[in-house]
Design a binder for this molecule. Structure first.
Ligand code: GAR
Length: 207
C-alpha cells in the first residue's frame, strides 16, 4: 500500500479536515490525491479545494447499477494511483467493484462502538438504547455495513443530559484524533488480519 489517499465524502468533511491537518502538521505521513463526493453540495469539497486538493463530485444518480457507480469511483482513484481509500462520512454502502480493487485498503470512521449502532443516526440510537458509553470506531471496510476488522476504538461517556447533538459533538472530537491515527497505523503496514481481528506486529512482539 502506498501513502496516497483518496477520500470519499458525502457532507461537511470534518474528518477529511482532520486528515488534512494531520498531514500538514506532520502527524500523518501521506498525501491526499483526490477528494470525491457523491453530493454536489458537500461542503467538504470546498475544504479540500481550500487546502489545494483536487475535489470532484461523482453523483450516485443516473447510473444503470450500483456497481457501475462503484466502477467509476475505482477509475478515478486508480487514475491518481490511490493506495488507501478513506471513507469520511461517505453515506453509501461500498460494493464489490471497490472492495475488489482495494482489498483491506478501504477504511471507515463510525460514531459508535461497533458492532453496536451501525448505520445512520448512531448517536441517537445509543441514547435511545440507554448505553452509558459510546464512542468511535475506525475499521476496515467489508461488504457488510459498518462491519470489518476494527483498527481502533475510543470511548466517550454518555451524560444524563446528552442530546444526540451534544453526544455527536463529543464523539466527533474523538473521531478527529482517532481517524488520522488509524490511517497512520494502516500505512505503516505492520499489521495482519486474523479472523476478524486487526493485530499489530509490534504490539504482540512487545508482550
Ligand atoms: C461522522 O460522524 C462519521 O463518523 C459519520 O458521519 C459523520 C461525518 O462527519 N459516518 C457514519 O455514520 C458512517 N456510517 P464529517 O463529514 O464531518 O466527517
Amino acid at each position: 500500500m502506498n501513502r496516497i489517499l483518496g477520500v470519499l465524502i458525502s457532507g461537511r468533511g470534518s474528518n477529511l479536515q482532520a486528515l488534512i491537518d494531520a498531514i500538514k502538521h506532520g502527524r500523518l505521513d501521506a498525501t491526499i490525491a483526490v477528494v470525491i463526493s457523491n453530493r454536489e453540495d458537500a461542503s467538504g469539497l470546498e475544504r479540500a479545494r481550500q487546502a489545494g486538493i483536487e475535489a470532484i463530485c461523482i453523483s450516485h444518480h443516473g447510473w444503470l447499477s450500483r456497481d457501475d457507480y462503484d466502477r467509476a469511483l475505482v477509475d478515478e482513484l486508480r487514475r491518481r494511483n490511490v493506495g488507501l481509500v478513506c471513507l469520511a462520512g461517505f453515506m453509501r454502502v461500498v460494493g464489490s467493484p471497490l472492495l475488489d480493487a482495494y482489498p483491506n485498503a478501504i477504511v471507515n470512521v463510525h460514531p459508535s462502538l461497533l458492532p453496536s449502532f451501525a448505520g445512520v443516526d448512531a448517536q441517537r440510537k445509543a441514547l435511545d438504547h440507554g448505553v452509558k458509553v459510546s464512542g468511535v470506531t475506525v475499521h476496515l471496510v467489508t461488504a457488510e455495513l459498518d462491519d470489518g476488522p476494527i483498527i481502533l476504538q475510543r470511548v466517550v461517556r454518555v451524560l444524563d443530559d446528552d442530546r444526540p447533538e451534544t453526544l455527536a459533538d463529543r464523539i466527533l472530537q474523538e473521531e478527529h484524533l482517532a481517524y488520522p491515527t488509524a490511517v497512520g497505523l494502516l500505512l505503516d503496514g505492520e499489521w495482519r488480519i486474523e479472523g476478524r481481528r486487526f493485530l499489530r506486529a509490534r504490539t504482540s512482539a512487545a508482550r
